[in-house]
Design a protein around this ligand. Sequence first.
Ligand SMILES: [Cu+2]
Length: 287
Amino acid sequence: MHFTQRLTHFLNFFLIISFIFLFSGCNGGVLCPKGSIALEQRSLIFISFLLMICIIIPVFFMTILFLVKYRENNTSSDYRPNWSHSSFIELLSWSFPVLIIFFLSVLSWNSSHTLDPNKHIISDVKPLKVNVISLDWKWLFIYPDKNIATINELVFPVNTPIIFELTSNSVMNSFFIPSLGSQIYTMAGMKTQLNLISNQPGIYKGISSNYSGQGFSNMKFKTIVVSNYLLFQKWIERVKKSSFKLSSISDFKKVANVSENNAVKYYSGVKKHLFDIVVKEVTGIKK
Ligand SMILES: [Cu+2]
């Protein structure tokens, strides 16, 4: 095979591979944001990526350049065995990394403040509170203002800021809806907070992105973002028809029992302040 032929083969292969990588990412991951928080996080990823490309591309070119220029059978270039220092090269090779580190640090500083998970999302719509408790191996979602709870199903209306309060009844887990951005840890005896919004109705996958034992791989939940408040209200009514209740700690303990591959389950009543009780229970402070 000729060199040019081989090169075109390689370039074709490279093109196909890059297309696969470019478009396969777009089925519900962080690169396919559905809410304003996730959108900002994606641009952060892109900007950092582009900045780092500014270093990587010249390095690739220089590698080829040096290989060609300093090959053994090159007789046309200068031979300077005593050369030892160039301020120009020093300046070039230090200034770019310093500049990029500077830009990246400014970027990270700013975005870690604007995208702080504790920060409430500004909107005209009244925010919705959801308490999240990670169990072995399922997710319990409590809607404290609606007096309902579910296992492995999260439903909320579009364009409504959601204030999540999260904890764990067992080991550490990580709550993550990739399409909406911002993963956050759930820890026993601790409360973490997360503010998210979805600007597009749809069904998004939710996962635990922190390994937590043998049932972990099926510890997934569905996030259903409905297109209006009426549909949300209808869903609440459906949950309220359930005959299951979480009206006492012993009810909760039964739910919290270790189990794998859990189906969606609705609870039409929830003990008041159950979330705070679970947080305190674990720490042993029972006053
Ligand atoms: Cu902690």
